[in-house]
Design a protein around this ligand. Structure first.
Ligand code: NAG
Length: 443
């Protein structure tokens, strides 16, 4: 909304004053009002219309006096201005209240909502009385909002007496953790909570909770709880749980995965069913495990100039699969330089879903200018984290041997001489003892 009229600003200021007077700071939410274009009969491919919409929000009911003071901005149709009562203050989170003048805005979409009885097994008990309450005859909306910096995602169901512009939030489902990252093997908490307006007839008439998993078009039921009969639905999922007393006491529907595995990466949808109503939020879980690095052969053998030494870096146990491997050489004086990427193999996937990959490098002391040695370092870049594994490399007999090299060579020569002497002595003595044995046997 580029052009903000003065009247709009004034009305926002008036609203802010009103809010601070009533003790709660709730945002004026700019939302897209999205609905099927009239006259297309519905269905999946029905074209959608999108209009600007504005929600004034308060935790206590709006008075006519206040509404008359709030002047709607010129670029929004008066029919798309709503005065929302949100007793739980779910819309009043800081995540939906960007600091003044910030470029990023929370995302918000309003859709008309059609109350309907749910067919899923764990929610069908909610509507088994078969009567469709008069109460449902009203204007219903669902609002989906995403806070800044992925701090909050929420989905509210609102009811307005027919043709009024003053809806009231009846059901609010939200998550404070719309995007979760976890290492392998750790317990994971996927937050989801719900609230039902205590003043509504739906309060106390039962609820059901469902967690579904979705990844690349594939879906499965993780867990479902029929709150009316206090019963879990049978699922094949193990190691997933929720705190049942917390569900009834505080509406805490958070899902706990005992031990994060690679196969858990994906989208989790937390759905809350009330009789004829449904609201859901999605939580993304990403399992991120950095690679373990090892350089082979270990330890590296001495490198003689002119000789080519193949070295290999093995990165294993990582997820997700995108990884960058490279090599560095750290000279004795502490300076580092790149030795390139080497030849990188394809990925292999282990039975636990983690990946491994390796890179091979031909170490040629002459060509690479390794001097007298240093550290050969394998570098991995994975999900913004850099890891290194170093292996010490000694190059011997470089053109101008240093005193240490000469001494080392003299020492090696002495040792070799000693060994030859020792071996020839042991062989000759064992020969003679064999001969002795033969002599004895013959006797
Ligand atoms: C919800 O329950 C989980 C355990 O199931 C707990 O770890 C979490 O702190 C609870 N959240 C709130 C907001 O109380």
């Amino acid at each position: 909304m580029s052009e903000i009229s003065t009247i709009y600003k004034l009305s926002i200021v008036a609203f802010a004053l009103f809010c601070s007077a009533s003790g709660s700071v709730c945002p004026v939410l700019e939302c897209w009002f999205v609905q099927e274009k009239p006259g297309h009969g519905g269905g999946f491919s029905a074209p959608l219309s999108q209009e600007k919409s504005l929600l004034f929000i308060t935790t206590e009911a709006f008075s006519e006096d206040i509404i008359s003071k709030l002047q709607p901005p010129a670029d929004i149709s008066p029919s798309r201005i709503y005065y929302v009562t949100d007793a739980a203050g779910s819309f009043c989170s800081a995540a939906l209240n960007p600091p003044k003048g910030s470029v990023n805005k929370p995302k918000c979409e309003v859709n008309p909502f059609m109350p309907h009885a749910s067919m899923v097994r764990w929610a069908s008990a909610l509507t088994d009385s078969a009567q469709s309450p008069v109460y449902l005859q009203a204007d219903w909306f669902s609002v989906a909002a995403q806070g800044l910096d992925r701090q909050l995602t929420l989905s509210n169901i609102m009811r307005a007496p027919s043709a009024s512009k003053e809806p009231r939030v009846l059901l609010s489902v939200s998550s404070q953790t719309p995007a979760v990252r976890s290492r392998l093997g750790e317990p994971v908490l996927l937050d989801c909570g719900f609230w039902v307006d205590p003043s509504s007839p739906l309060h106390g008439s039962g609820f059901s909770i469902e967690w579904r998993y979705q990844f690349r078009g594939e879906g499965r039921l993780v867990l479902a709880h029929d709150g009316k009969n206090d019963r879990f639905a049978e699922t094949s999922e193990t190691g997933a749980d929720l705190d049942v007393p917390g569900l009834y006491e505080t509406g805490n529907a958070s899902l706990v995965l005992e031990e994060a595995q690679v196969r858990h990466s994906g989208t989790y949808i937390c759905s809350v069913y009330l009789p004829h109503l449904l609201a859901q939020v999605a939580v993304e879980l990403e399992i991120v495990e950095p690679p373990s690095l090892a350089v082979y052969p270990s330890p590296l053998p001495l490198l003689v100039p002119g000789q080519v030494l193949p070295v290999q870096c093995e990165a294993s146990g990582f997820a997700p699969h995108s990884l960058e491997l490279s090599w560095e050489f750290r000279a004795a004086d502490g300076t580092s330089r790149s030795l390139g990427q080497g030849s990188v193999t394809g990925h292999r996937q282990a039975s636990d879903g983690t990946f491994s990959q390796s890179s091979r490098l031909e170490l040629d002391s002459g060509k690479l200018g390794l001097g007298r040695g240093g550290d050969v370092v394998c570098v991995s870049k994975h999900e913004g984290e850099t890891r290194r594994a170093a292996a010490a490399l000694s190059v011997i007999g470089v053109s101008a041997p240093s005193i240490e090299d000469s001494m080392a060579m003299v020492a090696v020569a002495l040792v070799l001489y000693g060994m030859i002497k020792f071996l020839s002595w042991t062989f000759s003595s064992s020969d003679s003892s064999d001969a002795d044995l033969k002599d004895k046997k013959e006797k």
